[in-house]
Design a protein around this ligand. Structure first.
Ligand code: AMP
Ligand code: MG
Length: 345
């Protein structure tokens, strides 16, 4: 399901590459080993294969580091990652890398920035939903929801201040043994942003990073053209809309991405911290803003808010455009995106 969405996005980009007949490219390389998803690096820069390979290798090395550091399910030899941090909850501080410290400082600050909707310390609640989803997918006949009692008990262990970060010494500690980190709402977007900055430092423009559907455009195409980006129709095949973008990020949170069904009702993976249930109201929320990490965090947060609250948050942050698609296919946008998109097919 998730992969078919990615393929759709890729097709648009490749098609456009085909249209840009006068410039060479795009060159591209796809990795299947990072973040449990498909990551593709496209270059429209018209550079040599050798130069592209060197740039792609630098990005791949960065993605591999983040893949390992942000993994909450596995530990890796030689590093202390978020799995280590979760396992040590309630115990002593864990020494982590500077890079992971910077990520956690950013992730913790998102709580206030997103109106307390994107909470990376929601792990205790998300684990309950995750387990039910895994069990339901393994045996749909036995599909069941987490109990209200279990959800409410878990919620007691989700305070953002249970995460203590010592920036000076690069250590981190979760003070409650029942609390845990889940960075699924922001990890890929953050890694995409770091990769884009790395490419910029290397003098690259005309690149597109697709990190599991988190799109980050680095500069514009060499001919100055924008990229036409497809926003998937969450209620069907194809695209609900296309937008022309350059030098920005475009991230969608979708109810169709990961879900399970109980008694004919679908339960997806974006959990509203106020209800402890999958957020209702939208099929997808897409955020367009230059910083891919913020785009990722906001797409999750806005999914959990009423549209008026989301409009207010986007306006307060500035330079944030949003497209909301409801279950009946109605599209609403921030004022800045109004008239800037085309219906898809
Ligand atoms: P995204 O697809 O970016 O919206 O991220 C969804 C993922 O983020 C889920 O699979 C969970 O791992 C996690 N998540 C879900 N709801 C929340 C929330 N309210 N705050 C923080 N993380 C969340
Ligand atoms: Mg997100």
């Amino acid at each position: 399901m998730r992969q078919s969405r990615l393929v759709c996005v890729l097709l648009v980009l490749l098609f456009l590459g085909g249209c840009a007949a006068k410039t060479e490219g795009p060159r591209s390389v796809t990795y299947y080993t990072y973040f449990d998803t498909v990551c593709t690096i496209y270059s429209y820069a018209g550079e040599s294969q050798q130069k592209f390979d060197a740039n792609a290798a630098a990005v791949a090395a960065l993605l591999e580091r983040f893949h390992q550091e942000l993994d909450i399910y596995h530990e890796y030899e030689g590093i202390q990652n978020l799995c280590t941090v979760n396992r040590a909850a309630g115990g002593a501080p864990v020494k982590i890398s500077q890079e992971l410290t910077d990520f956690l400082l950013y992730a913790k600050a998102l709580y206030n920035k997103t109106g307390e909707k994107t909470n990376v310390m929601l792990g205790a609640v998300l684990t309950l939903w995750h387990s039910c989803r895994e069990a339901a997918l393994a045996d749909p006949e036995q599909a069941a929801l987490p109990t209200q009692t279990a959800l409410e008990e878990a919620f007691l262990h989700t305070g953002i201040d249970l995460l203590e970060i010592d920036a000076e010494n690069s250590t981190v500690r979760i003070t409650d043994p029942k609390a845990s980190l889940d960075v699924g709402a922001v990890g890929k977007g953050y890694a995409a942003e770091q990769a884009a900055r790395l490419l910029s430092q290397r003098g690259c423009t005309g690149y597109v990073l697709d990190i599991g559907g988190n799109l980050r455009m680095v500069g514009a195409k060499p001919d100055g053209e924008t990229w036409v980006t497809g926003i998937r129709d969450p209620n069907g095949d194809g695209y609900a809309a296309t937008v022309r973008l350059s030098d920005t990020a475009c991230v969608t949170s979708g109810a169709y991405e990961r879900f399970f069904t109980v008694d004919g009702k679908r339960y997806h993976h974006i959990i509203d911290p106020d209800t402890l249930y999958p957020a209702e109201g939208f099929s997808s929320v897409t955020v367009i803003t230059p910083d891919s990490a913020l785009a990722d965090a906001l797409s999750t947060a806005l999914f959990c808010m009423r549209i008026e609250e989301g409009q207010a948050l986007a306006a307060a942050l500035g330079n944030v455009e949003v497209m909301w698609i409801t279950a009946d296919g109605t599209i609403q946008t921030t004022p800045g995106l109004s008239g800037q998109w085309c219906p898809g097919s």
